[in-house]
Each structure stands twice: as C-alpha cells, then as structure tokens.
Ligand binder design. Structure first.
Ligand SMILES: [Zn+2]
Ligand SMILES: [Zn+2]
Length: 403
C-alpha cells in the first residue's frame, strides 16, 4: 500500500546514525536505579514548558515567521534557549520550517503526513537529506555571526543544560529533569507536524491539511491552532479568539509590556472572519489530500490487477517461462523412442502457451498503461480546475471584503 504522496528515493531514514536518538528515549528508565525525587519532577515540568516557549515563540514565531521584533541580545537568548531543546540550531529549524509552509502537503513538503504519518512525525528528522542548513533560505538571520555560531555548535546549549540539571538535582535531575523532558519535548513539537495535519477541525480553507486542536494547544503552548497558523502565518498569536488558549502569545504580550519584544503581529478582524469552510469556502487543501489518496489507491489497484491477471509479479513471470522450454528440450534430447514424440508435442504446447501468455501479458499491460494515462490526464485537469475555482473564490471574497 503506497502513501498518498510518494517519497523520492533519497527521503529515507538513516537508521545507524539515528541510534543515539533512540537511546536517549531509554535513558530516563535508568531512574529505576537512582530513584525519582520531587525536585527532578518539578525540573522536568519546568524544562518542558520553559523550552517549549523557546521553540514556539523563538524558533517558530520569531525565526521562521518574523511575527514580532526584538533586540539582538534577546534574539540570541531565543536561539540559545531553543537550541537547549536539542532540536538543532535556530537557523536549521527555521529554514526547514519555511520550506514546510512554502510547499505544504505537496511532493516538495519535507514532512507532510501524506508521505506517511511516522515520516512526518520523526522520519524526516532522521534522514540524511535534511541534515544540513541552507543558509540562503534564512539570509535575514544568517547575517548575525552569533546565530551562525550557535547553529553550527548546536550541542553547546543542551550539554550545558544537562550538566546544570545534574548539578541542581543529581542523577534524577539529569535523567528525569533533563532527559525525560527532552524526549517529551521532542514529541510535543513533532505532533504539530504530524497530528496537527491529521486530527482536529478546519476553520479556514487553506491549501494544506492543517487542523485546529485544543488538546494539542495545551501541550504545545498554543501551537495546536495550526489551521489558524497556516491561514495567517505572519501572526504572533495563533489562538485567534479569547477561548483559544495560546500561552506562548500571553508571555510574548507580557514581554512587550516591558519592552523586550515589540510589534507583535495579529490578524485583522476581517481576515479572521474570511475564508471559512463553514461559510462554503471551497476547501482546496482537503480536496487535494483526498485526491492524492484516491490516485494512490487507483495506482495500487492497477498494480494488483496486473499481478492477478498474470498470476505472478511482473518481474518473476518472464524468467519462469523462459526456463520451462529448456526443461522441455532437455527431455527431448533423451534417447527414448516413444517418449520423444510426446516430448515434441509437449514442447509445441509449451511454446504456444508461452507465446499466448506473453501476448496476453502485453495486451493487459498496454491496456492498463493507456487507461492509466487517460485517467491521469483527466484527474490532473479536474484538479487544475478545482485549484482555479478555489483561487477565484479567494479573490472574490477579498474583493467583497474590500468593498
Ligand atoms: Zn509555521
Ligand atoms: Zn503545518
């Protein structure tokens, strides 16, 4: 069964290089020997939410989307705090995230769940393909040498925090306080890429499959309003309404009162009211996702059909048949009178069956090929029309709002 969007051959997990990543998941279990203290539990909670703030407010809303401004010192603090979450450097993180928004849920999206749920959750991070930072994608911040240094030495922050955790609360402090919170934080962050494109509601018709989820917003400090975010990514606030809990934004708001950050962008009221699925806006993102799924299913069905028709996988069928006349001629060569006649007849029969089989196979294959080409073209045309329709709806709505 193939995924809705096929991954290119170079998008594969490097299992050997990923061993440390999996081992870190097991480290908190060593607390069986050291015991768990209340200090270590408090440290775990503080380090989880503390660092989640740096990821959401720093790596995501600041470095990826420039949704507010700050001074150079606090900018470095955001980069260092985010790096302490062991999710690589700010420039790596933000440049890859920008690609996700540019190509959301298409073949070029790094981590669309349509390429496989686990791929979107964690697989892409463990692939060689996405290891390096493309500094050209993030020129606006790679001009600061201190940010480039922190990005290149992304181990400094997590190691410092790990040692500090040990000094504060001993071995339980390191195992539970630091490592457990780091693992939880990884998966907390990853759910935004995976679950937030699968579970939840869609308020806005966007070109992707993003969803809003209150539950995800609790453990990601406001990132759960992912459909809001894809709709208006420039906003520093992702919970668009008072009932949409967004703790990262509340903290940013407080920091703006004391002048640490400024110019927090928020969506205008008319933007918040527009493009709603509920109001009949054509939901191109979901339409395309269903389309991809249907196309993949059809391809699978076509392959299954071809195999059923031929009774064997396409590759295996030919050598098997080529081998059989050899067996027949071997028996022809045997010097026994009456059997030779039977053997000759058998050979004729075998060759006839072989020709028959091969021509039937060619017929089925060419019929499938031409059917598939016609279907593909038909699907592509329909999809293009749907995209145009969605664009027209958006333009129409924008004009309506402007009047
Ligand atoms: Zn984003
Ligand atoms: Zn997304």
């Amino acid at each position: 069964m193939s995924t809705a969007i096929a991954r290119p051959a170079d998008e594969r997990v490097n299992w050997t290089a990923s061993i440390p990543f999996f081992l870190v998941h097991l480290l908190p279990l060593l607390a069986i020997f050291t015991g768990v203290t209340w200090q270590s539990v408090v440290l775990c909670v503080v380090l989880y939410y503390g660092r989640m703030f740096f990821i959401t407010a720093g790596y995501h809303r600041y470095f990826s989307h420039k949704s507010y401004k700050t001074n150079r010192v606090f900018q470095s603090m955001l980069a260092f705090g985010g790096a302490s979450a062991a999710q690589k450097g700010a420039l790596w993180w933000a440049s890859h995230h920008r690609l996700h928004h540019r190509y959301s849920d298409t073949e070029l999206d790094i981590h669309s769940p349509q390429k496989g749920f686990w791929w979107s959750h964690v697989g892409w991070i463990l692939a060689n393909k996405f290891k390096e930072t493309d500094y050209d994608l993030i020129k606006d911040y790679s001009k600061y040498p201190e940010l480039v240094w922190l990005n290149k030495h992304d181990w400094v922050a997590p190691w410092s925090l790990g040692i500090a955790s040990y000094l504060i609360a001993g071995w339980p402090g390191l195992l539970i306080g630091f490592f457990l919170s780091t693992v939880l934080l990884w998966h907390g962050t990853f759910t935004v890429n995976s679950l937030n494109h699968v579970f939840g509601r869609r308020r806005y018709a966007t070109t992707d499959t993003s969803r809003n989820s209150a539950i995800l917003a609790v453990w990601t400090m406001g990132e759960g309003w992912h459909n809001n975010h894809h709709y208006y990514a420039a906003s520093a606030r992702q919970g668009f309404f008072w009932w949409e809990l967004d703790v990262s934004y509340y903290i940013l708001k407080m920091l703006s009162w004391v002048g640490v950050v400024r110019d927090l962008k928020v969506p205008p009221a008319r933007v918040k009211a527009a493009a709603r699925v509920r109001d009949g806006q054509f939901d191109i993102g979901m339409f395309r996702a269903q389309w991809n799924k249907a196309t993949a299913t059809l391809t699978d069905a076509g392959q299954a059909l071809a195999q059923n028709h031929l009774g064997a996988p396409a590759d295996a069928a030919v050598p098997e048949l080529v081998a059989s006349p050899e067996l027949v001629s071997a028996s022809v060569g045997a010097p026994s009178g009456p059997t030779t006649v039977t053997a000759e007849a058998e050979q004729v029969l075998a060759t006839a069956t072989l020709d028959d089989h091969a021509s039937r196979r060619d017929q089925v294959e060419s019929a499938l090929r031409s059917n598939k080409a016609a279907l593909d073209e038909c699907l592509q045309n329909a999809l293009r029309q749907a995209e145009e329709f969605a664009k027209a709806t958006r333009v129409g709505q924008r004009q309506l709002l402007a009047d």
